[in-house]
Design a protein around this ligand. Structure first.
Ligand code: NDP
Ligand code: MG
Length: 393
């Protein structure tokens, strides 16, 4: 029986994880659930899964959960950053699902790694912003890190010995696929007019608002490129990106002997979540088996780097090293938030990220404090740029 802390239980990945757990009750027990704003949702999950610990953002939410009657009297309700870290390192827990969105997930995810947990990583921003420190912590603690992002799960499944170096395994290239997002075919002029409602309506995947916007700008593929470099110890040049609108082939590994292996399935996060939960075994995930006879044509094309400049920005940040990916990630989070709140146009997102990277020097990110400081500086600069833009300065 694996006991699980689920960070970000109220989100899209969080709820899919609970669906897979519910199908496999003899293997998994929910030990802790965390939520941040959707308290009705969290209360519902508590009444269904009876966790021993719950984490909320503040005392008012704790009061609400206590009053609503959905939480068992014996359940401990913890608050804030300390609460998140406590359930991430709890000695009763074997597995931590890191499914908080954005930089907010860094500290608890890293704490789970340092505590040597089995860490299922959906929260790619945590790895992007602290890559070297994160992977060093994995090695030092002997934590087991398992990718949840569908592309990285696909690559993981196509490697015969995921723990060994790509070179030793005869791997020549990793190919990350992406649907191209909802605006794949729009002109540059049309891209300037898109609204948040259009951006969060993804053609293939059902996801939270932030990653949906990232998919629309292709920054999601940029973040995934950086994520893949760290997870598989790959050079950025060894990673290609292919647009594949049907989202059936979730990524590929090309070997030096001429073989290319791919993992296929319907676009449903319950599959990579089940892979990470059960690895090296397999469990049911509630996902229909793939029927290639009815999927129609599978198409692949190179991404348009001019219309979607976020891809090159991410490649450049990874090549620059140090704090550059931290700055990129923070500026992106601020710009996406501003776009979602109708404070800045869609086409300003890459411009804000590029200008933030231009204004800040690349520094070392060997410690958590340095990572947090680089993140803070980039948020400040990106916030100022958005403010100036709005004020017409
Ligand atoms: P959602 O927005 O649906 O969910 C985010 C979760 O994080 C919610 O539980 C939310 O709580 C919680 N949260 C938000 N802000 C904070 C905070 N400041 N402190 C603590 N908790 C917080 O996102 P997704 O599930 O779509 O994505 C989660 C992560 O997984 C992201 O990093 C994303 O890139 C990655 N991912 C997602 C995929 C998908 O298909 N959705 C695919 C691959 C990766 P609440 O809702 O209560 O406010
Ligand atoms: Mg992905």
């Amino acid at each position: 029986m694996q006991r699980i802390s689920l960070l970000g239980a109220t989100g899209s990945v969080g709820r899919s994880t609970l669906e897979v757990i519910a199908l496999n009750p003899e293997r998994y027990q929910v030990y802790a659930l965390t939520g941040h704003s959707r308290m009705d949702q969290l209360a519902l999950l508590c009444s269904q899964f009876h966790p021993q610990k719950v984490v909320v953002a503040d005392g008012q939410q704790r009061e609400y959960l206590r009053q609503c009657g959905a939480v068992d009297a014996a359940t401990q309700i913890l608050v804030g950053r300390e609460g998140l870290i406590e359930v991430a390192v709890d000695p009763c827990v074997d597995t931590v699902m890191a499914a908080i969105v954005g930089a907010a997930g860094l500290e608890p995810t890293l704490a789970a790694v340092c505590a040597g947990k089995r860490v299922l990583l959906a929260n790619k921003e945590a790895l992007v912003m602290s890559g070297d420190l994160f992977m060093q912590s994995v090695r030092q603690s002997a934590a087991r890190l398992l990718p949840v992002d569908s592309e990285h799960s696909a690559i993981f499944q196509c490697l015969a010995q995921p723990g060994r170096s790509l070179h030793e395994q005869g791997v020549e290239k990793l190919v990350l696929t992406g649907s191209g997002g909802p605006f794949r075919t729009l002109s540059k002029a049309a891209l300037a007019q898109v609204t948040p409602a259009m951006a969060v309506r993804h053609p293939r995947w059902s996801m939270g608002p932030k990653i949906s916007v990232d998919s629309a700008t292709l920054m999601n593929k940029g973040l995934e490129l950086i994520e893949a470099c760290w997870l598989f110890d790959a050079a950025p040049e060894a990673i290609e990106i292919w647009i594949h609108p049907q989202s059936i082939v979730h990524s590929l590994v090309r070997y030096q002997d001429g073989s290319t292996l791919a993992q296929l399935g319907y676009p449903d996060m319950r599959t990579p979540i089940a892979v990470a939960l059960a690895w090296p075994e397999r469990i049911v995930a509630g996902v229909a088996p793939l029927d290639l006879l009815t999927t129609g044509t599978l198409e692949f094309e190179a991404p348009d780097r001019e219309r979607f400049p976020c891809l090159d920005l991410a490649r450049q940040a990874m090549a620059a090293g140090g704090s550059a990916p931290t700055l990129l990630n923070a500026a992106n989070e601020v710009a996406v938030q501003a776009f979602l709140q109708n404070e800045t146009p869609f086409s300003a997102i890459p411009a804000i990220i590029a200008a933030t990277l231009d204004r800040l020097p690349v520094s070392a990110t060997a410690t958590l404090e340095q990572v947090i400081e680089a993140d803070r500086q980039a948020r400040q600069v990106a916030g100022r740029l958005i403010h100036q833009h709005r004020a017409g300065i």
